[in-house]
Design a protein around this ligand. Structure first.
Ligand code: HSE
Length: 315
């Protein structure tokens, strides 16, 4: 039997004003997902290894990858069984698209193994279904970035249309997150979002989203960093993100071009231009905000990453 092993990257969604549209694939960390298909009746088995404290569900309905497999098997008439082994390296619940990486990896693998020939839009939509397991509702920004790599923009959901831009080579991404546990964090963070918005806030976000998209397209890190501000979603979530203002203030003071909550948080990302500012210095200053507040935190510097990639192995 053939196993397909997929390397699927972490991602940072929203990138400031682009709620449920913008995503950035990160080079590290990446989940490794092995997928095997054999003739059967629609059974899905999920195993998770890696750090035990990550506590990732293995029930296929509660696991983002398991849910994607169930959805795909159902579409092809439940004629196969699927085994999924996830080696989890992306910490769940911290805002780095952990569930999205698994969902994307499984959709990517099954498209190959079953020869489904899905378009990128169809793959993104299927993978987004897996996010129901973790977030209660589908959102496609993380899975688009994990599947396709680089900077991704969802421009329409129905039909699903997604565009990618290769980020500037000198872009460095500083990532920090407090070591706090939030159960069903994304679901809770989506619950606080207002259902109506003020026109001025909407305009603010449109201008800033335009700056982020134009900055990526032009390779202008100053411009894209200047657009990383969100008057709608981040505004209401910021009080729930430990050290939000202090991390932001310190990153900008240290030379970051822009700072935002990563996805639904609590991770935060800062964009730095290599050759202009030392990203390790920015990272240290961001981490100091947590140290001074007495909150345990982790962080690292990475670069934008490629999307899912696969290798085949025979058993
Ligand atoms: N766009 C989603 C949100 C990303 O902010 O809720 C979650 O990772």
């Amino acid at each position: 039997m053939t196993w397909l092993t997929v390397s699927s990257p972490a991602s940072s969604a929203n990138v400031g004003p682009g709620f449920d549209s913008f995503g950035l694939a990160l080079n590290q960390p990446r989940d490794h997902i092995e997928v095997q298909v054999k003739p059967g009746s629609g059974k899905v088995e999920v195993e998770v290894s890696g750090r035990s404290e990550y506590n990732v569900p293995t029930n296929p309905e509660a696991n983002s990858g398991g849910l994607v497999a169930k959805t795909i098997l159902n579409r092809v008439g439940d004629r196969f069984d699927v085994r999924i082994n996830v080696t989890k390296r992306i910490r769940p619940g911290c805002g780095l698209g952990s569930s999205g990486a698994t969902a994307a990896g499984v959709a990517f693998a099954l498209n190959r193994l079953l020869g489904l020939g899905l378009s990128r839009g169809e793959l993104v939509l299927l993978a987004a279904e897996g996010e129901r397991a973790a977030a209660g509702s589908p959102h496609a920004d993380n899975v688009a970035a994990s599947l396709l790599g680089g900077f991704t923009m969802i421009v329409s959901h129905n039909p699903m249309r997604v565009y990618t831009i290769t980020p500037p080579r000198s872009l460095r991404v500083c990532v920090v997150y407090p070591l706090v546990e939030y159960e069903r964090k994304t679901e809770k963070m989506r619950f606080v979002i207002p259902s109506t918005v003020d026109l001025h806030d909407a305009l603010w976000n449109i201008w800033h989203a335009a700056a982020v998209a134009a900055g990526f397209a032009l390779g202008d890190i100053e411009l894209l960093g200047s657009g990383m501000d969100d008057a709608i979603v981040e505004k209401v979530r910021s009080s729930l993100i430990p050290c939000y203002s202090e991390v932001k203030r310190r990153a900008i003071r240290a030379g970051a071009k822009g700072v935002a909550v990563s996805g639904a948080g609590p991770a935060m990302i800062a964009f730095v231009k290599a050759g202009d500012t030392d990203p390790q210095g920015v990272l240290r200053d961001m981490l100091d905000a947590y140290i001074e507040a007495g909150i345990a935190a982790n962080g690292f510097v990475t670069v934008p990453g490629e999307g899912c990639s696969a290798t085949l192995e025979d058993e």
